[in-house]
Design a protein around this ligand. Sequence first.
Ligand SMILES: NC(=O)c1ccc[n+]([C@@H]2O[C@H](COP(=O)([O-])OP(=O)(O)OC[C@H]3O[C@@H](n4cnc5c(N)ncnc54)[C@H](O)[C@@H]3O)[C@@H](O)[C@H]2O)c1
Length: 387
Amino acid sequence: MNQLFNQTYQNKKVLVTGHTGFKGSWLSLWLLLLGAEVVGFSLEPDTDPSLYRELVLEKKLTGIIGDIRDKDLVESVINKHKPDFIFHLAAQPLVRRSYSEPHLTFETNIMGTVNILEAVRKSNLKCVIVNVTSDKCYENSGNACSFSENNPMGGYDPYSASKGAAELVTSAYRNSYFNPANYGINHKTALASARAGNVIGGGDWAEDRLIPDFVRALSKEEDIIIRNPHATRPWQHVMECVSGYLHLAAKLNENPAKYAEGWNFGPDKNSVMTVEQIIQKSLELWGTGMSSALQVGKAEPSGSSLPLRSGNYKIISDKNMKEAAFLSLDISKAKEKLGWQPVYDINQALEKTISWYKNYYFNKADSFEFTKQQIEEYCSNYAPSFP
Ligand SMILES: NC(=O)c1ccc[n+]([C@@H]2O[C@H](COP(=O)([O-])OP(=O)(O)OC[C@H]3O[C@@H](n4cnc5c(N)ncnc54)[C@H](O)[C@@H]3O)[C@@H](O)[C@H]2O)c1
C-alpha cells in the first residue's frame, strides 16, 4: 500500500476540502494510510449516520469546520497550513437540491473554487491542486455519446451548470496565473480538474442518491422509490475515482507541466447500467448470503433495524426535474496518458458497496477496519504505471 503512487504522499501535508463528506472521508482515510498529514476543511457532516463519524476521522486528522464561501477563512487556512497538495471536493453536490437552492449551489460550487484558487495564487505556494468537478460539467445535447475531455462545458440544471462553471474557473486560473508553460518561472502551482461519474460505495447517506435511498428504504421497511428507471449512468465505486484523484496529483507532482488539464475518471464501458438494473442487482446482493451474514454477525437479528427481506421498488417519475437520460465518460485519455485504469466492474463495485452496508447494519464489524480492508484489497489489485 505504501508503495502506491510512488510514495508521493508520505509525510506530505494534504488539504482535503469536503473531508466530512462521502468521497472526502474515503479520500482522507486513504491519504492517512499512505502516510500523509491530512488537514480537512468542510462544514459539519450533514447526514446521520455519516461515514466521517463512523470512521472517527476527527481523531485522525486536523479537521477545520468552516464555510468554503468565506474567502478570508479559506485564505487563512491555506496560509497557516501551507499544503503540498489540495483536493478540492467541498460542494453542494445534489442535483435535486440545486433546483430548490440554486443560489447556494452556485455560490458554493463556483465561488468556493475561486476562493481556493485565489488563496493559493495570493500565497504563491508550491502546490498541486486537483479540483473535483463532475461528469455533469459537459454540455449534454441528449444525443447518447461518451464525453471526452475536449467536449464543451455546459449544464442544464443549476448543479451541472455550477460544475461546468467551476471547470471554466479552473481553466481561467490555469491560463492566467498557473500556466504550465511558466511553471517554476512565475508560479509553482500545478492545477488539474477531475470529472468523475456517479459514485457508489459504503457510507453514503446523502439525500436523493440511489444507493443511500435504497438502504434507507429497506431500513424503514418501505418500498424503494426510483424516479428515472431507464437513465444510464457511468457507475463506479468510490475507490475508483479517489484512486484517479490520487494518481493524477502524483503525476502532476512529478511533471507539473504535462498533466495540468482536465481528466475523466469513469468506469469501463461495460459498467454503464440503468437505474432499474442497479436496483435489481442490489436487491439480489442484499438478499444473497444475508442469513450467513447474520449468523456470523455480532448483532442479534431481532435487534437489527434491517429485516431480511427482498424489498420492492416503485417507479414514480418527477416531471418537474429534468435529468440527463444518458451519461457516459470516455476514459481513454486517463488510461493512455496517466496509466490509470478502473479495477472493478459494475458487479464488483455493487458487491463491495452492498457488503459495506450489510456489515454496517448486520455484522457490525468496526467500520474503520472494514473500510481500510476494502482499500487494501483494492490496492492489491491496483496496477497503475508510474513511468
Ligand atoms: N457522489 C457522486 O456521485 C459525485 C459524482 C461526481 C462528482 N461529485 C463531486 O464530488 C465531491 C464530493 O461529493 P460527495 O459525494 O462526497 O458529497 P457529500 O455531500 O458527501 O460531501 C460534500 C462535502 O462538501 C462540504 N461542503 C458543502 N458545502 C460546503 C461549504 N459551503 N463550505 C465547506 N464545505 C462544504 C460538506 O461539508 C461535505 O464535506 C463534490 O464536489 C461533488 O460535486 C460527486
